[in-house]
Design a binder for this molecule. Structure first.
Ligand code: PXL
Length: 275
């Protein structure tokens, strides 16, 4: 089954995150991937200083109107880092007008990590993101994002009951299926908690000692690609986790590489896992 999906997120020209990650990964999954850049930045905002930003919100309504005129629609819309509050409402409109019947809304509320929001965001953005997450068929927050979205306390150490309570609260916002990434219950492992059609399943894997920006986007892009190719949410979550771990392992070999992860080198593994 060959499907056309749309991904909406920024282009960070250098930095291996958002669209420069989503387009190659979803394409490798065998999904036709249309893009809507929400903004163009010279680099990502985590770790670089003095980056440039051009918000493309003014262009989005005309782009969407043209697609509708041409009768272009999508089997799924997958969203990541968005530039501003007005863009979130534009994305909701695009989902309403450009999705095929039964099309999937996949929302990664990419806005923070390690208990903090990324520099560009504030609580007004979090409020708007609640609306997008509430419309999601699948949402993939990390623990930080889930805590901000639900108003629950952010914890560094926690048990399965805490993660399930986060999922309950995300579902109270309207999200149908929830995948919590980076849920770690022991020092050497981490994993993903997947609630799909009301059933919770946890996939545990190795915790890599170092982290890199953009790995959340690598994860979500592989998840979206696998889901759109017809895998279950749990199967897609496992493929995405194994792919992200492989990318991080590759990153720690050879020349130091600090601002992103070398996911390109393990794309053959992703293709293999999808067979
Ligand atoms: O989702 C990661 C990401 C994407 N885009 C931009 C970012 C970041 C993380 O910091 O700054 C612009």
């Amino acid at each position: 089954m060959y499907r056309r999906a749309l991904t909406i997120q920024d282009i960070s020209c250098v930095g291996q995150c958002s669209l420069t990650v989503a387009l190659p990964i979803m394409s490798a999954c065998g999904v036709e991937t249309a893009i809507l850049p929400s903004a163009v930045l010279s680099t990502h905002t985590a770790g670089f200083t003095g980056f440039t930003v051009r918000d493309l919100a003014d262009d989005i309504p005309a782009i969407s109107a043209h697609w509708q005129k041409e009768g272009l629609d999508f089997a799924a819309v997958y969203t990541g880092y968005l530039g501003s509050v007005p863009q979130i409402d534009m994305v909701l409109e695009i989902m309403d007008h450009c999705l095929q019947e039964g099309g999937l809304r996949i929302v990664d509320p990419a806005m923070g990590d390690n208990g903090r929001l990324y520099p560009a965001f504030d609580m007004e953005y979090v409020e708007a993101m609640k609306r997008l997450v509430g419309a999601a068929d699948y949402t993939l927050p990390n623990i930080t994002e889930a805590a901000f979205l639900t108003g629950m306390e952010y914890r560094e150490s926690y048990d399965q009951a805490y993660v399930k309570a986060l999922i309950d609260a995300l579902q109270a916002l309207g999200a149908k299926n929830v995948i919590i990434t980076g849920a770690s219950f022991s020092p050497d492992t981490t994993g993903v908690m997947v609630r799909e059609n009301g059933t919770d399943t946890y996939y545990e894997h190795r915790k890599i000692s170092e982290s890199r920006h953009g790995t959340g986007d690598i994860y979500s892009s592989a998840f979206a690609g696998a889901l759109i190719r017809g895998k279950s949410a749990y199967e897609a979550a496992v493929i995405a986790a194994d792919f992200t771990v492989a990318a991080l392992e590759e990153t720690l070999k050879g020349e130091p590489h600090l601002y992103g992860a070398k996911f390109e080198l393990v794309i053959p593994k992703l293709i293999e896992m999808l067979k």
